[in-house]
Design a protein around this ligand. Structure first.
Ligand code: ADP
Length: 432
């Protein structure tokens, strides 16, 4: 090849160290490059291009191999950077000096180094620039991601303001209406008959308080400030209490609610009962809200290792696969401000979209979880939804003092006694 025809002393020197150089560099650096197949051939190619650059006086001959190495290295290890190409070249310089010292005369070694150092320096410059460019690209990519996240936060903030304003406006309008009716009656001297108006006002105020409380809960969950007060409780008691809350509306909407007497529902477990009840209430209210009149809601469950799973299944409008993950995010229904009517149990009543995120926050704070299964959303066929609620079955409080207290209060009563000692409202057992 061209190298041989225009052979100069430096080419001879290069040929002389070639085998030792390839063996030494290969042996020393192959460990870091083990995943890269054919490293030795690449070294041969590198060495030949080095010779070519020296012969022509143009170090740009090195560009193709530097580029291949750079691409391979940045694709795989931008973060960990154990074997950056600039590091490889620096090692090669050291190994070239070693090999030169061992195989060449002093003069030949000096001639060789005088010829190869400028090429290596050029190589370092090229890969330095390339590495800088990839780093800059990586950083701007990261910045773009942050920017997008901020845009999403910004959007969700303004969507929050519009939903919050809408949600708050409805009860305020209600209260204003009752207040002005009361004023009229007072002016007409009929102030004695204000009971029903006061009750209406109370409803509006309760609704306002509910929305504000939800907002406070979400912000506590977001900031990891939810404080749990673990005490022993049975799931059956919470479900019975919830049934009393919903009984009237269930009748009014002609819904059938089956609360099954599943294994584990009478186990005493340490939970924050008001918070778990709140999570169950949110899911149950949704089941009522998104099930048409005449539908059915079934609450069942089972024990799993270390957990009790409660399922709340309805025969409602169902949830599309795309929405199934989104509904647990804050303001999962923000896109549809038109739906927000502040109706708590009305069919498809809409709401601020905080119920499920709060339920998830409460369950996750306990070490549990919540998810949904549904065939899809269909307002005619009503495929229904089943929410799965996984509650850790702690037999001890995270606070040992609490466990001791409840132990002395009789948690160690024989099991049968606990089960007979049943003051709670009776569970509906459809099999009974
Ligand atoms: P909202 O206040 O809108 O009810 P949630 O966080 O409780 O907020 O629920 C978010 C959304 O999830 C609801 O708006 C509704 O679209 C959907 N969803 C929740 N539960 C059900 C259900 N049982 N059936 C159908 N859709 C449901």
């Amino acid at each position: 090849m061209a190298k041989k025809t225009i052979a100069t002393p430096i080419q001879k020197v290069l040929l002389k160290i070639r085998p030792a150089w390839i063996a030494r560099v290969g042996q020393e650096l192959a460990r870091g490059m083990e995943v890269r197949a054919g490293f030795e051939e690449q070294l041969e190619r590198f060495f030949d291009l080095l010779g070519q650059s020296i012969t022509t006086g143009d170090p740009a001959w090195m560009d193709p191999i530097l580029l291949v190495w750079e691409t391979a290295s940045t694709e795989t290890e931008l973060e960990d950077e154990p074997y950056h190409v600039s590091f490889l070249i620096n090692r090669m310089i050291a190994l070239t000096i070693q090999v030169a010292r061992e195989t060449l005369t002093k003069q030949q070694a000096l001639d060789l180094l005088a010829a190869v150092i400028p090429i290596y320096t050029y190589g370092l410059e090229v890969v330095g620039r390339y590495e800088m460019e990839t780093r800059v690209a990586h950083i701007s990519n990261e910045m773009e991601k942050v920017q997008k996240r901020m845009e999403r936060v910004d959007k969700s903030k303004s969507a929050f303001i519009s939903v919050a304003a809408h949600e708050l406006k409805t009860p305020i309008t209600l209260i204003e209406g009752y207040a002005s009716m009361m004023e009229d009656l007072m002016q007409q001297g009929k102030g004695a008959n204000l009971d029903s108006l006061l009750a209406g006002m109370g409803t509006g105020i309760d609704r306002l308080r509910g929305i504000v409380d939800d907002m406070i809960d979400v912000s506590m969950i977001d900031n990891d400030l939810l404080q749990l007060n673990f005490q022993p409780m049975q799931i059956s008691q919470m479900l019975s209490a919830l049934y009393i809350e919903i009984e009237q509306i269930v009748h009014a909407r002609k819904l059938t609610v089956n609360i099954k007497d599943f294994v584990g529902n009478r186990e005493w477990i340490y939970i924050d009962a008001p918070r778990i009840t709140q999570a169950l209430r949110n899911v149950l209210n949704n089941a009522i809200k998104y099930t048409p009149d005449g539908g059915a809601i079934t609450i069942d469950g089972r024990t799993l290792s270390g957990f009790i799973e409660v399922t709340i299944a309805d025969t409602g409008i169902g949830i599309s696969t795309e929405d199934q993950a989104m509904i647990f995010e804050k303001f999962g229904q923000l896109g549809r401000v038109d739906l927000h009517s502040s109706g708590k149990t009305k069919f498809k009543g809409g709401g601020p979209g905080l119920g499920l995120p709060i339920a998830r926050g409460i369950l996750e704070a306990h070490g549990g979880s919540i998810w949904v299964q549904s065939q899809g959303h269909d307002e005619k066929q009503h495929p229904g939804s089943t929410f799965h609620i996984l509650i850790p079955a702690r037999t001890e409080s995270p606070d040992p003092k609490m466990t001791r207290l409840f132990d002395t209060l009789g948690k160690n009563k024989p099991k049968e006694v606990i089960e007979q000692d049943d003051h709670m409202p009776q569970l509906k057992d459809p099999n009974a």
